[in-house]
Design a protein around this ligand. Structure first.
Ligand code: 5GP
Length: 175
Protein backbone atom coordinates (compact mmCIF):
# COMPACT_ATOMS: atom_id res chain seq x y z
CA UNK A 1 0.00 0.00 0.00
CA UNK A 2 1.37 3.43 -0.86
CA UNK A 3 0.68 6.75 0.80
CA UNK A 4 -0.02 10.05 -0.84
CA UNK A 5 -0.59 13.43 0.77
CA UNK A 6 -3.32 15.61 -0.64
CA UNK A 7 -3.19 19.31 0.27
CA UNK A 8 -6.28 20.60 2.03
CA UNK A 9 -4.91 24.00 3.10
CA UNK A 10 -1.78 25.40 1.51
CA UNK A 11 1.07 27.12 3.33
CA UNK A 12 -0.04 30.41 1.76
CA UNK A 13 -3.69 30.09 2.79
CA UNK A 14 -2.69 29.24 6.35
CA UNK A 15 -0.22 32.13 6.59
CA UNK A 16 -2.82 34.65 5.39
CA UNK A 17 -5.46 33.43 7.85
CA UNK A 18 -2.99 33.38 10.77
CA UNK A 19 -2.13 37.03 10.06
CA UNK A 20 -5.84 37.91 10.16
CA UNK A 21 -6.36 36.09 13.46
CA UNK A 22 -3.32 37.82 14.97
CA UNK A 23 -4.58 41.23 13.89
CA UNK A 24 -8.04 40.48 15.31
CA UNK A 25 -6.59 39.42 18.68
CA UNK A 26 -4.30 42.48 18.88
CA UNK A 27 -7.26 44.73 18.06
CA UNK A 28 -9.58 43.15 20.62
CA UNK A 29 -7.15 43.08 23.55
CA UNK A 30 -5.45 46.40 22.78
CA UNK A 31 -3.43 47.35 25.91
CA UNK A 32 -4.62 44.45 28.08
CA UNK A 33 -1.97 41.78 28.81
CA UNK A 34 -2.71 38.37 27.32
CA UNK A 35 -1.55 34.85 28.12
CA UNK A 36 -1.45 32.49 25.15
CA UNK A 37 -1.71 28.91 26.35
CA UNK A 38 -0.25 26.57 23.76
CA UNK A 39 -1.76 23.08 23.96
CA UNK A 40 1.03 20.62 23.15
CA UNK A 41 1.98 19.11 20.95
CA UNK A 42 -0.37 19.72 18.03
CA UNK A 43 -0.58 23.50 18.23
CA UNK A 44 3.12 24.31 18.54
CA UNK A 45 3.58 25.44 14.92
CA UNK A 46 0.28 27.34 14.74
CA UNK A 47 1.04 29.07 18.05
CA UNK A 48 4.54 30.06 16.99
CA UNK A 49 3.19 31.75 13.86
CA UNK A 50 0.16 33.20 15.65
CA UNK A 51 2.12 34.83 18.48
CA UNK A 52 4.33 36.61 15.93
CA UNK A 53 1.22 37.87 14.13
CA UNK A 54 -0.10 39.53 17.32
CA UNK A 55 1.38 42.99 17.36
CA UNK A 56 1.56 43.69 21.08
CA UNK A 57 4.36 43.51 23.64
CA UNK A 58 2.37 42.59 26.77
CA UNK A 59 1.85 39.00 25.73
CA UNK A 60 3.01 35.95 27.63
CA UNK A 61 3.24 32.42 26.23
CA UNK A 62 2.79 29.34 28.38
CA UNK A 63 2.52 25.65 27.54
CA UNK A 64 0.13 22.92 28.57
CA UNK A 65 0.84 19.26 27.87
CA UNK A 66 -2.25 17.09 27.46
CA UNK A 67 -2.89 13.50 26.61
CA UNK A 68 -6.35 12.30 25.75
CA UNK A 69 -7.15 8.66 25.95
CA UNK A 70 -9.00 7.19 23.04
CA UNK A 71 -9.12 4.48 20.43
CA UNK A 72 -7.07 5.16 17.30
CA UNK A 73 -7.94 8.55 15.90
CA UNK A 74 -10.88 9.17 18.25
CA UNK A 75 -10.63 10.93 21.62
CA UNK A 76 -12.47 9.71 24.70
CA UNK A 77 -12.67 13.16 26.24
CA UNK A 78 -10.69 12.04 29.28
CA UNK A 79 -7.87 14.52 29.32
CA UNK A 80 -4.75 14.05 31.38
CA UNK A 81 -2.49 17.03 32.02
CA UNK A 82 1.06 15.85 31.39
CA UNK A 83 2.66 19.27 31.85
CA UNK A 84 0.93 22.10 33.69
CA UNK A 85 1.31 25.85 33.16
CA UNK A 86 4.43 27.43 34.61
CA UNK A 87 2.52 30.25 36.35
CA UNK A 88 -0.95 30.88 37.82
CA UNK A 89 -3.53 32.51 35.53
CA UNK A 90 -5.69 34.14 38.25
CA UNK A 91 -6.87 37.54 37.06
CA UNK A 92 -5.37 37.06 33.58
CA UNK A 93 -6.93 37.22 30.11
CA UNK A 94 -6.20 33.78 28.68
CA UNK A 95 -6.43 32.50 25.12
CA UNK A 96 -6.16 28.73 24.73
CA UNK A 97 -4.48 27.92 21.40
CA UNK A 98 -5.57 24.58 19.90
CA UNK A 99 -4.74 22.88 16.63
CA UNK A 100 -8.17 21.40 16.01
CA UNK A 101 -11.56 21.14 17.68
CA UNK A 102 -13.01 17.81 16.67
CA UNK A 103 -15.55 16.33 19.12
CA UNK A 104 -14.92 19.39 21.31
CA UNK A 105 -14.38 17.24 24.41
CA UNK A 106 -10.75 18.25 24.94
CA UNK A 107 -11.30 21.99 24.72
CA UNK A 108 -14.51 21.83 26.80
CA UNK A 109 -12.53 20.07 29.52
CA UNK A 110 -9.67 22.60 29.37
CA UNK A 111 -12.01 25.61 29.52
CA UNK A 112 -13.75 24.11 32.60
CA UNK A 113 -10.42 23.37 34.23
CA UNK A 114 -9.07 26.86 33.59
CA UNK A 115 -12.22 28.54 34.91
CA UNK A 116 -11.54 26.97 38.31
CA UNK A 117 -8.28 28.97 38.40
CA UNK A 118 -10.15 32.30 38.35
CA UNK A 119 -8.74 33.98 35.25
CA UNK A 120 -10.27 37.30 34.17
CA UNK A 121 -11.39 35.66 30.91
CA UNK A 122 -10.83 32.48 28.89
CA UNK A 123 -11.13 32.42 25.11
CA UNK A 124 -10.42 29.72 22.57
CA UNK A 125 -8.41 30.08 19.38
CA UNK A 126 -8.29 27.05 17.10
CA UNK A 127 -6.74 26.70 13.68
CA UNK A 128 -9.29 24.10 12.58
CA UNK A 129 -12.81 23.01 13.47
CA UNK A 130 -14.71 19.92 12.31
CA UNK A 131 -18.31 20.74 13.22
CA UNK A 132 -19.59 17.46 11.74
CA UNK A 133 -18.13 15.57 14.69
CA UNK A 134 -19.06 17.90 17.54
CA UNK A 135 -20.24 16.08 20.66
CA UNK A 136 -20.36 19.10 22.93
CA UNK A 137 -21.12 22.70 22.16
CA UNK A 138 -17.86 24.66 22.21
CA UNK A 139 -17.47 28.32 21.45
CA UNK A 140 -14.40 28.90 19.30
CA UNK A 141 -13.77 32.63 19.64
CA UNK A 142 -11.02 32.79 17.02
CA UNK A 143 -11.21 30.20 14.27
CA UNK A 144 -8.88 29.65 11.34
CA UNK A 145 -10.85 27.29 9.12
CA UNK A 146 -13.91 25.06 9.26
CA UNK A 147 -13.06 21.76 7.58
CA UNK A 148 -14.91 18.66 6.47
CA UNK A 149 -14.76 15.43 8.42
CA UNK A 150 -11.36 14.10 7.34
CA UNK A 151 -8.32 13.18 9.43
CA UNK A 152 -5.74 15.87 8.71
CA UNK A 153 -1.99 16.06 9.31
CA UNK A 154 0.74 18.67 9.02
CA UNK A 155 1.46 22.13 10.42
CA UNK A 156 1.88 20.53 13.86
CA UNK A 157 -0.75 17.81 13.54
CA UNK A 158 0.44 14.23 13.52
CA UNK A 159 -0.50 10.71 12.66
CA UNK A 160 1.39 8.42 15.08
CA UNK A 161 3.87 11.30 15.63
CA UNK A 162 4.63 11.67 11.93
CA UNK A 163 3.87 14.56 9.57
CA UNK A 164 4.00 17.37 12.18
CA UNK A 165 6.71 19.08 10.11
CA UNK A 166 4.66 19.39 6.91
CA UNK A 167 4.31 23.11 6.14
CA UNK A 168 0.70 22.65 4.99
CA UNK A 169 -2.44 20.78 6.14
CA UNK A 170 -3.00 17.58 4.22
CA UNK A 171 -4.98 14.38 4.12
CA UNK A 172 -3.29 10.98 3.85
CA UNK A 173 -4.60 8.91 0.97
CA UNK A 174 -3.78 5.24 0.82
CA UNK A 175 -3.90 3.48 -2.52
P1 5GP B 1 -11.45 16.58 20.41
O1 5GP B 1 -11.38 16.40 21.89
O2 5GP B 1 -11.99 17.93 20.00
O3 5GP B 1 -12.22 15.46 19.74
O4 5GP B 1 -10.02 16.36 19.83
C1 5GP B 1 -9.01 17.21 19.97
C2 5GP B 1 -7.67 16.57 19.68
O5 5GP B 1 -7.75 15.38 18.87
C3 5GP B 1 -6.87 17.55 18.86
O6 5GP B 1 -6.20 18.47 19.69
C4 5GP B 1 -5.94 16.63 18.08
O7 5GP B 1 -4.82 16.33 18.87
C5 5GP B 1 -6.76 15.36 17.87
N1 5GP B 1 -7.40 15.37 16.54
C6 5GP B 1 -8.71 15.55 16.26
N2 5GP B 1 -8.93 15.52 14.92
C7 5GP B 1 -7.72 15.36 14.34
C8 5GP B 1 -7.28 15.28 12.96
O8 5GP B 1 -8.04 15.36 11.98
N3 5GP B 1 -5.94 15.12 12.78
C9 5GP B 1 -5.05 15.02 13.81
N4 5GP B 1 -3.77 14.86 13.50
N5 5GP B 1 -5.43 15.10 15.11
C10 5GP B 1 -6.75 15.27 15.37
Amino acid sequence: MSERLVTMLSQKEIAARVQELGAQIAQEYQDRPVVLVVVLKGSFIFASDLCRAIDKTNLRVDFLGVRSYGEGTETSGVVQITQDLSKPIAGEDVIIVEDIVDTGLTIAHLVDLFRTRQPRSVKVCSLLHKPARARVDVKVDYLGFTIEDKFVVGYGLDFAERYRNLPYIGVIERT
